[in-house]
Write a protein that binds this ligand. Structure first.
Ligand code: PNS
Length: 177
């Protein structure tokens, strides 16, 4: 039988527990899942593409059928290049649906043979987004339980002036994967 390769595209700035929940679910139903990080030049990301890629690689290295890649241009063209038959997207709430439906139908128009598969993350992640995580962390709030520990640490390093100062003095301090 034909192997089903799926891509899970997104910005992942930063990766959250909701993303990991979806990767876990996707890894169970697809033969191969490619987490595809968008090289987006329009938005100024908090984490560079290389940082996001590395974080995702570390967080998913225990899955044999998951790999991480980056892409730019049209997602459907990238899907064709890696021979993917499906795109995985998460739907958290009804509010996601309109945008996701529009995107799925537009992608279908561009490449009819590519199927979009929606999955729901666990309900405790239904209000979670990278944008809110960035905002909370930037304003000094706790993101414990919302992102993996390694990501929480990276956010602290990136945003806490005291940690930044300490790391500048001792470049090896606080390095965790
Ligand atoms: O994590 P995000 O920001 O919700 O992911 C959005 C993403 C990367 C899936 C979407 O912006 C995308 O596919 N961009 C690539 C450009 C493209 O194909 N645009 C046409 C979409 S119909």
């Amino acid at each position: 039988m034909r192997k089903v390769i799926a891509i899970y595209p997104g910005s992942f700035d930063p990766p959250t527990n909701g993303h990991l929940d979806l990767i876990e679910r996707g890894s169970k139903i697809f033969d191969e899942l490619i987490v595809a990080v968008l090289r987006n030049s329009e938005k100024a990301p908090l984490f560079s593409l290389a940082e996001r890629r590395l974080m995702l690689e570390n967080l998913t290295d225990h899955y044999k059928n998951v790999r991480v890649d980056t892409f730019d241009g049209l997602m459907v063209d990238y899907a064709a290049r890696v021979d993917a038959g499906a795109v995985l997207r998460g739907i958290r709430a009804i509010s996601d649906y309109e945008y996701e439906l529009q995107m799925a139908l537009m992608n279908r128009k561009l490449r009819p043979e590519l199927e979009t598969v929606f999955m729901m993350p666990a309900e405790q992640y239904s209000y979670l987004s990278s944008r809110l995580v960035r905002e909370i962390a930037q304003l000094g709030g706790s993101v414990e339980g919302l992102v993996p520990e390694a990501v929480e640490q990276r956010l602290k390093e990136r945003l806490d002036p005291a940690v930044k100062l300490k790391n500048a003095r001792n470049p090896n301090a606080g390095k965790r994967r």
